[in-house]
Every structure is written in C-alpha cells, then in structure tokens.
Design a protein around this ligand. Structure first.
Ligand code: NAD
Length: 420
C-alpha cells in the first residue's frame, strides 16, 4: 500500500461557540485596515455590529461592503474591489454564507493582482499571494472558509465558474456555530446537503498516482489518506445530526456538529475535489435557479449509483460511518449506503428528482452536455464521465429511477484508482 496525503489549509482555524469574539485580536495580528464583505441580511444583525466593534476595539479601521448577492455575480467582485481600493485594506474579512466568503476571496485577488475575475478562472491562474483573508461562515455547508476555490456566476456563461488557487485559501477561519442558530430549515437542508455531497464526492473521488509533480499540477488532486479522514468525519457527523438540526433549529449540539462537518467537508473537498454531482449542478443551478446544495443533494444518490461498481469499498465504509443497521458484506453495505444517503436527504426535504427541482425534460440533454465543461470536476469522477454517462445520470435523476445506472461490466476496482 502506498500512502499519499496532501492537505492545504488556512494558517488559523478556530472553531467553537462564542469563538467569533476572538476576531478582533486575530485580525489585528495580521492587518490594520479591514475590508468586511457581507450581505444585507448579516449586516443588519446585532452579531455584525458586535464584530465590527471588536475590530475597531482592536485598533483597526474598518470599511464594509454589505451588498453581496447569493451565487455572487462577477460584476459584484469588480464593484467591491473598486470601492475597496480607496480604503486600501490590508486584510479582508468574508462574513456570511459561502457567497460572502467567495466574494471576499475574489476581491483579494483583484486587489493584489488587478485585472478582472475572468482572468483567474480555472486552476493556478492567481500568480501569487493575495491579501490575508479571514472567513466567518454563517452557514454550515460550503466549507469555503477552508477551501482554495471561489465560485462565481458569470452572466456571459451558462454555468458557474471557479477561481481555484491555493493563494485564495483564507489565512484564518473562525467558525462559530452560534452564527448558524438562526438558519431556517430550508437553508439548513440545502447547506447540509452540500456538506454531505462534499464529503461523499471527496471520499469516492479518483485516486491519482502520487507522482511528485501531482500537487503542483492540480489544485484538486483526488482522494488521499488525509482528505479521507476529514470526509469520514463529515459523513459521521452529518448522519447523526443533519435531521436533528433541520427538525429542531434550537438543537445546539446538532448545529455545532453540522458546522464541524461542513468545515471537515471543506478540508476534504478543498484538496481532493468534488466530482459528477457538482459538475452537473453547475448547469442545473443556472437553469433552475435553485440553491446549490439542493441541486447537489438531489443528484448525489444517482452519482453514487453511477460510481457504485468502482467505489464499492468506499461506499461500504460510508454505510458503516452512517451506522446503517445492516450486517452484510461490502456489496450489500455499498448498496445500503446509497439508500441511506437518499433517505437522509429526502428526510430534510431535498427533492428526489430533478423534475421536482424544475428541470424541463427537454433540457436533460443540454444539462448533461454543459456539465462536461467543468473539466476539473469531470476528471475527478472515479468512473469515466463522458457525454453518454452524464446524460444517463441526468435522465435517471430526472425520472427518479436509479436502476441501470451502474455498469455491471466495469471492473470492481477501476483502472482510474482503486481503494486502499
Ligand atoms: P449563500 O451564501 O448563497 O446564502 C444563501 C442565503 O442564506 C442568503 O440570502 C444569506 O443571506 C442567507 N443566510 C446565510 N447565513 C444565514 C443564517 N445563519 N441565517 C439565515 N440566513 C442566512 O449560501 P451558501 O450555501 O452558504 O453558499 C452558496 C454559495 O457557495 C454558492 O455560490 C456555491 O456555489 C458556493 N460554494 C462555494 C464553495 C467553496 O469552496 N468556495 C463550496 C461550495 C459551494
């Protein structure tokens, strides 16, 4: 067995209820002039006022951008960077859901290197370090507080785009579960589904030959020993706490566990990468205007089924981590993991079909075709994902029928990287 591990992460990760109050000291240790990027919702909360007070109390000058929109349109990145230049910040803070953090990440790139967001789409296109960034998530989902990617909506493209670079990993992540307490059930469901998809897709991703050039050639390198540990932690926590956090918003223990799971999922995806469910969600989300997590959640069981025969051991492990009550062999447990994930997602209101998400039947082919544009995600899928394969997944997810998705002729351990 060859053990390979790669993990890229923030310099400071602070997790726990009330830990946001360490923000002033932490930010002042790295800068004097802070730009805070958030949205209208968070900027109107007492928590936001308290956080600004902490920054000012630590002797910092603070400027704010409070207009972030969900799924950040690229124009906002340009607008925020232009406004920010006058204040000349030396540290940027992203406070809010994944959208606010992704806006903040993108703004640090423009402030440090100029140009437009388009100049940095893809992997490794950010030429060097950016301003230090501190992320404070208010959702338990994207894991963006620890990842090297910012996801944006470009009105000139049919799908979302990503800026992926180790240079945009936040310098600090302050994860305070108290900031998620007000998350309504629908948001808890979509963000939790996103975190589950990160964990499952990272754990079942391709395993690449660990050549010494791998970490320099790709931002997302596929599964490794280190990302597996985070992915399994996330699966375990989500299985035990997702429905609790969704059905009882005041279950603080479950909220805490979900935020920890989201962060762990971020560590897993940030180095391993995600795969087919995320690739298909890009065009699906653009068409249906549904939250990112709802789309990836609806797709996840179908993608697991598609990959079933090349990831049997991993899926069996997922079933064990989810404490699926079944004494069986890997084959039985792998099947059970798909059912367990599908049932968990349905139990928090994630639709079981893409039809319920609003996808029109005549857009099935287009969605599949467009998903192949997300090359880094397509290449990360453990089973080869071509146009025909993507269409089979989308069609099955549209119809709500997983039968026939796995290829019985494909070897149990794929040539594209088997299990340890
Ligand atoms: P979001 O940031 O888009 O926010 C969605 C809505 O929830 C907003 O209206 C926001 O104001 C509200 N909200 C946020 N926190 C809340 C709270 N505690 N209580 C009540 N309302 C709250 O949602 P998100 O799911 O966190 O982020 C989604 C975005 O992140 C998408 O653009 C997605 O593509 C991207 N994403 C990024 C990464 C990454 O690693 N960078 C990973 C996955 C997804």
């Amino acid at each position: 067995m060859t053990v390979f591990g790669l993990l890229r992460s923030p310099r400071h990760v602070l997790f726990g209820a009330g830990q946001r109050r360490a923000l002033g000291t932490l930010a002042a240790s790295v800068g004097r002039r802070a730009l805070v990027c958030t949205d209208a919702r968070f900027s109107s909360t007492p928590d936001f006022d308290e956080l600004l007070g902490l920054l000012r109390g630590a002797g910092m000058e603070v400027s704010t951008f409070t207009e972030t929109l969900p799924d950040v349109p690229t124009g906002q990145v340009v607008e925020c960077a232009e406004l920010a230049r006058r204040a000349a910040p030396d540290v940027v803070l992203g406070m809010g859901g994944g959208s606010c953090i992704d806006l903040a990440k993108s703004v640090t790139v423009l402030l440090a290197h100029g140009g437009r967001p388009q100049d940095y789409y893809g992997e490794f296109r950010v030429p060097g370090p950016t301003l230090p960034l501190i992320a404070l998530p208010t959702t338990a989902g994207t894991g963006s507080e620890v990842t090297p990617v910012a996801v944006l909506s470009d009105p000139e493209r049919s799908s979302k785009v990503g800026i992926s670079s180790p240079h945009i990993i936040p310098w600090g992540a302050v994860c305070d579960p108290e900031l998620t307490y007000g998350s309504p059930p629908a948001l808890t469901a979509s963000t939790g589904a996103d975190a589950l998809a990160h964990a499952v897709e990272a754990f079942t991703a391709i395993r690449r030959e660990p050549e010494p050039g791998l970490s320099a050639a790709r931002v997302f390198v596929g599964k490794s020993e280190l990302t597996d540990q985070y992915a399994l932690l996330a699966v375990r926590l989500i299985a035990a706490n997702f429905h609790r956090a969704w059905s009882d918003p005041d279950d603080l223990e479950a909220r805490e566990a979900m935020m920890l799971a989201a962060m762990a999922g971020g560590f897993a995806l940030g180095t391993a990468g995600t795969a087919a469910a995320h690739a298909i969600q890009y065009p699906l989300g653009a068409l249906t205007h549904t939250p990112h997590g709802v789309g990836v959640g609806a797709l996840l069981p179908y993608v697991m089924e598609f990959n079933r025969n090349v990831r049997e051991q991993e899926l069996a492990r997922i079933a064990r981590e989810m404490r699926v009550p079944l004494q069986g062999d890997d084959a039985e447990l792998a099947d059970a993991s798909i059912e367990a994930v599908a049932d968990l997602l349905a139990s928090v209101g994630i639709p079981r079909t893409l039809g319920e998400l609003g996808l029109a039947e005549d857009k099935v082919g287009w969605t599949a075709e467009q998903s192949l544009n997300a090359a880094r995600l397509v290449e990360n899928n453990p089973r080869r994902l071509d146009a025909a394969g993507a269409e089979r997944i989308v069609r099955a997810a549209y119809a709500g029928d997983r039968t026939g998705l796995r290829d019985e002729h494909e070897p149990l351990v794929a040539a594209r990287g088997g299990s340890l």
